[in-house]
Design a protein around this ligand. Structure first.
Ligand code: ZN
Length: 307
């Protein structure tokens, strides 16, 4: 099993969507550049939703075009909630599109205004449209509320597996299981990852974890032990979901990378440079609280990067 672990920084999308203050386009581009300079190869830079829905991300088309021009080598990912968003993202030139679907009925209705089953139908249409385009752009479907929902409560493993199976059958390239509200625990992560892999094999790509109850890194470790080699995370643990009351930030990129590298899993990411990216973030968004134990503690002298 590979010892390389892929980190997708989702701060510029998941992190900024509920930030109380607005980050300017210039500051966002500076921040994205600083994350890429730390060695992060994949960044979700924004969301192709109507500007009135998430005003903080209304500059996504400009961010995409600037980052494509100014950060060579970076995989530029953007979120799109529906076919129109996918078409806009494709036309903007992104390299990869993430599409959220919700496993639970309540979150699906609140966040996406449709039933979970309708998401699978929508995904079929999206994949058919993408297949007809000249440029191949992979789709990563994010199964929101895969481990629990702040509206519906318990989400069963069977519900999550059924959604993943439906999405895989619809032809998506990759599936992320998302603990949108941060209710998961490590034993549950193992159970759901195993059951999902049994159903869809390698289409199961990674985990998107939130740290609401302090188990973000523990849940990442559980996934890692089940063979997961891709994670979404947010610098300084920004993030949340406007339609998931009580959800807090994402698992902290700095802490996650520290765990991975310490354990011998290569990420290609330099922690000192991530701290620098954290400083750039703070300059652009001074009022936003920043999370993360490693930044508080500093890099221990015993730390060695994975060889
Ligand atoms: Zn999230």
């Amino acid at each position: 099993m590979s010892t390389f672990v892929s980190i997708c920084e989702v701060g510029p999308r998941d992190g900024l969507q509920i930030a109380k203050t607005r980050m300017t386009t210039d500051d966002k581009v500076r921040w994205i550049k600083s994350i890429a300079a730390a060695g992060v190869r994949e960044i979700e830079v924004g969301s192709f939703v109507p500007p009135r829905v998430i005003p903080q991300l209304s500059d996504t088309p400009e961010i995409v075009s600037r980052v494509l021009a100014e950060v060579p080598g970076l995989t530029v990912q953007a979120l799109a909630p529906n076919l129109r968003g996918v078409q806009n993202a494709y036309n903007a030139g992104v390299h990869k599109i993430s599409i959220p679907v919700s496993v639970s009925e309540g979150h699906s209705r609140a966040n996406l205004n449709r039933a979970p089953a309708e998401s699978i139908e929508m995904m079929r249409e999206i994949m058919a449209w993408l297949k007809a385009q000249p440029r191949k752009v992979p789709v990563v479907a994010g199964c929101s509320t895969a481990f629990g929902c702040s509206i519906d409560g318990v989400v069963t493993t069977a519900q999550t597996v059924a959604m993943a199976k439906g999405l895989a059958d619809a032809g998506v390239d990759e599936i992320m299981l998302a603990d949108t509200v941060g209710y998961a625990h490590p034993a549950q992560v193992k159970e759901v990852v195993r059951a999902t892999r049994e159903a869809i094999g390698p289409v199961l790509y990674g985990l998107h974890l939130h740290d609401t109850c302090g188990l973000g890194v523990a849940n990442a470790l559980a996934g890692l032990e089940e063979g997961i080699r891709a994670f979404d995370s947010c610098l300084a643990g920004l993030g949340g979901c406007p339609y998931a009351p009580g959800a807090s930030g994402n698992v902290v990129t700095e802490d996650l990378v520290f765990m991975l590298e310490s354990m011998g899993f290569q990420t290609g990411i330099d922690l000192e440079k991530l701290f620098e990216a954290r400083r750039v973030l703070h300059e652009g968004l001074p009022a936003e609280p920043m999370q993360g134990q490693l930044a508080k503690a500093g890099l221990p002298p015993t730390f060695r990067k994975a060889a």
